[in-house]
Design a protein around this ligand. Structure first.
Ligand SMILES: Cc1cc2nc3c(=O)[nH]c(=O)nc-3n(C[C@H](O)[C@H](O)[C@H](O)COP(=O)(O)O)c2cc1C
Ligand SMILES: O=C(O)C(=O)c1ccccc1
Length: 370
């Protein structure tokens, strides 16, 4: 044995508890926490657990192929890392470390608008690794336009527009601990380096950092947006656009009508509308409504390889992973994220094989009971 950090467990569901033991209560509380009394976070798990896999036998699973095409890109597996803001609260290496781990495995990294590292630096850390940019759609149109220009110039190929966070939800853990990272300027890196954002400040950031943070809090998202506003994004982004936070099949249809390329069926990991439907409960109806027209991605509650299997069987083309990689980062930096990606995909590959399937595309509802 070398080094002080023990190997991370093969059972990824143990990471949250380990992170609680080894990292500070504020940061871990922020990542692990959810909205309200946590009933939607529990519903996410219950919705996945309610389905059971019904394995098939004698189907020659000696070789499997996890490769998946998304938005015209050939990926090694139906997996990407979800946009998670403020990652420097987990580890000083933050987004560049997580992004390097993703790039090393060929897995796309979705960079949050609220990252603790400017997008240009994350892009540089990734080399030619596949990167997608998550947009918090700001009130200030020039900031949005500038973000799109910067993201394009930095090699981000797809745009993920998060619709479920026009306001931050009531999150009791953060309120009780008085822990809100962005009030200390964490998560503002893309804004504080943006000429359009800086132009909106009365004084430079170093002269009045509190005013700059308050300006960020007041403008990073916009509860006034409606469906016709998507035309602005379509005009200013020539790559794929994916709407994140879709739960209703009618919203998925509206996304298709607005010329979008995909949706992420997600409730933000239970961090926004407490009391809302478990994300996996919403997946079949969304896939039935738009699966032939749009790429359907899924997140919220994925913890194991069998969860990936179930999401694909319920109609997703691929999944995003949120909290588990943030814990991996917190516990062991880039190596921790690599561990999480490899473990999840190895378990998924074995679940696929042992259930009698060779490719992700072979999965449908007939693989499940319940
Ligand atoms: C600490 C934290 C920060 C997040 N920040 C963002 C963000 O900046 N943008 C976004 O679209 N989603 C954000 N999310 C939501 C994730 O992209 C994803 O939807 C969610 O974590 C998936 O659920 P899971 O954590 O159960 O895998 C965040 C989630 C966490 C836990
Ligand atoms: O915490 C979150 O879920 C989130 O989406 C967010 C929003 C703004 C800043 C940092 C994270």
């Amino acid at each position: 044995m070398t080094g002080a950090v023990p190997r991370l467990p093969a059972d990824l569901t143990r990471l949250e508890q380990l992170a609680e033991q080894r990292l500070g209560p504020g940061p871990v509380g922020y990542v692990a926490g959810s909205a309200g009394n946590g009933s939607t976070e529990r519903a996410n798990r219950a919705a996945l657990d309610a389905h059971r896999i019904v394995p098939r036998m004698l189907r020659d699973v000696s070789s499997r192929d996890l490769r998946t095409e998304l938005f015209g890109r050939n990926l090694p597996a139906p997996l990407a890392l979800a946009p998670v803001g403020v990652l420097s609260i987990m580890h000083p290496d933050a987004e560049p470390a997580a992004a390097r781990a993703a790039a090393g495995e060929g897995v796309p990294f979705v960079l949050s608008s609220a990252s603790s590292t400017p997008m240009e630096q994350v892009a540089e850390a990734m080399g030619d690794g596949e990167r997608w940019f998550q947009l918090y759609w700001a009130k200030d149109r020039e900031v949005t336009r500038s973000f799109l220009t910067r993201a394009k110039a930095s090699g981000f190929t797809a745009l993920f527009v998060t619709l479920d966070t026009p306001l931050l939800a009531w999150r009791p853990r953060d309120l009780d601990q008085a822990y809100l990272p962005f009030l200390h300027g964490v998560g503002t890196a893309n804004y504080f380096t943006d000429p359009a954002f800086l132009a909106g400040l009365a004084k430079p950031v170093h002269e009045d950092p509190n005013a700059a943070v308050l300006h960020f809090v007041g403008m990073f998202a916009d509860p006034g947006k409606t469906w016709p506003d998507l035309a602005f994004l379509r005009e200013n982004w020539d790559g794929p656009i994916v709407l994140k936070g879709i739960l209703h099949p009618d919203d998925a249809r509206l996304a298709a009508e607005a010329g979008m390329d995909g949706v992420v069926v997600s409730n933000h990991g239970g961090r926004q509308v407490n009391g809302s439907i478990g994300a996996a409960e919403a997946l079949p109806a969304v896939a039935a409504a738009v699966g032939d027209r749009l790429t359907v991605l899924f997140d919220s509650g994925i913890r194991t390889g069998d969860d990936v299997f179930k999401a694909l069987a319920l109609g997703a083309d691929a999944v995003l992973l949120g909290r588990p990689y943030a814990y991996g980062l917190g516990l062991d930096g880039q190596a921790g994220v690599t561990h999480v990606i490899r473990s999840l995909l190895a378990e998924f590959d074995l679940t696929l094989a042992l259930s009698g399937h060779r490719t992700p595309g072979a999965l449908d509802a007939s693989a499940l009971a319940g």
